[in-house]
Design a protein around this ligand. Sequence first.
Ligand code: ADP
Ligand code: MG
Length: 367
Amino acid sequence: MYQEEKLKELSSKFQIYGHFLHAEPCKIGHINETYTVTYNQGGTNVRYVHQKLNVSVFKDPDAVMENIMRITTHIRSKLESQNVDDVTRKALIVVPTRNNEPYYKNHHQECWRAFVFIEDAETFEAALYPKQAYQAGKAFGTFQSLLSDLPGKRLNETIPDFHNTRKRFTTLQSAIQEDRFNRAKSAEKEIEFALKHEPIVDVLLKAHSNGKIPERITHNDTKFNNVMLDIKTGEQMCVVDLDTVMPGLVLYDFGDMVRTTTSPTLEDELDLSKVKMRMPMFQSLARGYIEATQSFLTKAEKSFLAFSGKLITFTIGIRFLTDYLMGDIYFRVHRPNHNLDRCRTQFKLVESIEEQEDKMQKFVDSI
Ligand SMILES: Nc1ncnc2c1ncn2[C@@H]1O[C@H](COP(=O)(O)OP(=O)(O)O)[C@@H](O)[C@H]1O
Ligand SMILES: [Mg+2]
């Protein structure tokens, strides 16, 4: 198999001192190309992850990898100094190349990196039980907390303006205006919904620029499928997918957790009647998150937790809508109207959050 040949060739570039045995693609994940690779190392089978960085999304691989090296090293040494057991499953470990670079660029200009494979852990596309939502909140809360004292300069912004909801909104407005693919007609209701929600666009941006909430180090892709859970106990081990870790607001992370863990459906569910913000899931998520962040989370940040769910779900919704209108250039589509379907799911969830927002915030305040 061609890919296997390529991975085999690649494998000799990293500081992995084993004999390549075989490789399988990892099914979960939408942005990068991820493989599980098995080596014979000193007579025993050892696995690593080889992953091709998506350079059309992350245009500056050096900046991405510089961040990832700093983050993973910091987390690991912190856990080690706390004498935490099982550190190599609780901190993602980058295996450098034999030239001591954080990634390898092959002659096709592809950027590949290697990670220690986290054994006996699994990821799921969606959270099924409140217990899992609790673990998700705890995982990303712990991650933020571990990075709250990262020394050195500000992290690189791996995707500029990633958080700028206003900019996303403006991009949507021009996509509607241009309507290059003649798709606006089929998304009339969604466009109306999006435009009507303009007042929420600047709320967190303003709170930040007024100094009400601080910039911190955030994960920025807090989907449940980025949480590694121990197969036996179901407890969170660590979070993966660190390409988007950069300076941000904790609310963006929490909001995306609400979006991805509280609805029983996938983000492209066609049956909208199934799309719903489930209160028990939210409560567990919020509890896990607040418990893990109590050392630093401020009252002001806490006061936006419920709102953040709505805002982030809305923001992703308008990104799907924009991509649909612009001809599906960012999100990989697997069927016609896929991005429009994704947008509809998000907007349905926004409505469901709106109906329950007061109750959600009351719960947060009670913790
Ligand atoms: N170090 C690792 N050990 C075990 N599995 C991993 C590891 N890193 C990633 N994975 C698996 O691969 C999936 C995709 O990786 P991820 O970094 O999230 O890529 P993407 O950006 O494509 O989502 C993860 O959801 C997880 O299941
Ligand atoms: Mg991922």
